[in-house]
Design a protein around this ligand. Structure first.
Ligand SMILES: Nc1nc2c(ncn2[C@@H]2O[C@H](COP(=O)(O)OP(=O)(O)O)[C@@H](O)[C@H]2O)c(=O)[nH]1
Ligand SMILES: Nc1ncnc2c1ncn2[C@@H]1O[C@H](COP(=O)(O)OP(=O)(O)O)[C@@H](O)[C@H]1O
Ligand SMILES: [Mg+2]
Length: 210
């Protein structure tokens, strides 16, 4: 579905000039992207932008752009590329104004075209962290999160659709970045701290100067 709201022109010059490191954080719904990003922010001081959070904030803002998103998100499908990419760009520019040292783009890309468009318009991702978790573990975690998240999409029916979306649209992102030698596949079945240890070992290899 093409976005019905016309797009504002976004001047990316300040973001490109900053040339700070950008990491894509990819994984199924409930794979622990947000949890690990919080720990990475605490250790490295990077800026965490969750595409899902940006979309939920846009819905809450009551904007025309937000109005078209609720149904899509509750169906577990992907919102239009242009909408989510514009939201990410706008949030990155605000963070650069505040002196951001680099970005964790959590939940983006969710399809190969999103990654390609981002990298051609902004800059290449330094690394893509992929949190690899079995479907049954994802379901268990999301049902656990549903007890406190208050998210309209944390229910078994939408979870199943989000898992289908992940397998059909987002799994190709994993193959794409693996073929480019940029993917770090992290088994994320274990404890939060054990997984974070693996994250740190990989980030320290590329971010000595963060
Ligand atoms: N057992 C376990 N639960 C986790 C782990 N990481 C996250 N969770 C829980 O799983 C749910 C989904 O985590 P979240 O970070 O929101 O995942 P996201 O959907 O990928 O952003 C939350 O309730 C977390 O508390 C982990 O490593 N182990
Ligand atoms: N990059 C994206 N492209 C399209 N839709 C997205 C994107 N990121 C998030 N969404 C929408 O927002 C919903 C929630 O995303 P998110 O909060 O990242 O979920 P989770 O943290 O459970 O993986 C997705 O199911 C999808 O509808
Ligand atoms: Mg999340």
């Amino acid at each position: 579905m093409a976005p019905t709201v016309e797009r504002k022109k976004i001047d990316l010059a300040p973001l490109k000039a900053a040339n700070v490191p950008i990491f894509f954080i990819v994984g199924g719904p409930g794979s622990g992207k947000g949890t690990q990003c919080d720990k990475i922010v605490a250790k490295y001081g990077l800026t965490h932008l969750s595409s899902g959070d940006l979309l939920r904030d846009e819905v809450k803002s009551g904007s025309p752009r937000g109005a078209q998103l609720t149904a899509i998100m509750e169906s577990g499908a992907l919102v239009p590329l242009e909408v989510v990419l514009d939201l990410v760009k706008e949030a990155m520019l605000i963070a650069i104004e505040k002196g951001s040292k680099g970005f964790l783009i959590d939940g983006y890309p969710r399809e190969v075209a999103q990654g390609q468009q981002f990298e051609s318009e902004i800059q290449e991702a330094k690394l893509v962290l992929f949190f690899d978790v079995a479907e049954e573990t994802l379901v268990k975690r999301l049902l656990g999160r549903a007890e406190t998240s208050g998210r309209a999409d944390d229910n078994i029916d939408t979870i199943k659709k989000r898992l289908h979306t992940f397998v059909t649209s987002t799994a190709p992102v994993v193959d794409y970045y693996e073929s480019k030698g940029k993917l770090v596949r992290i088994n994320a079945e274990g404890s939060v701290d054990d997984i974070f240890g693996v994250v740190v070992a990989n980030l320290d290899k590329v971010t000595s100067k963060i």
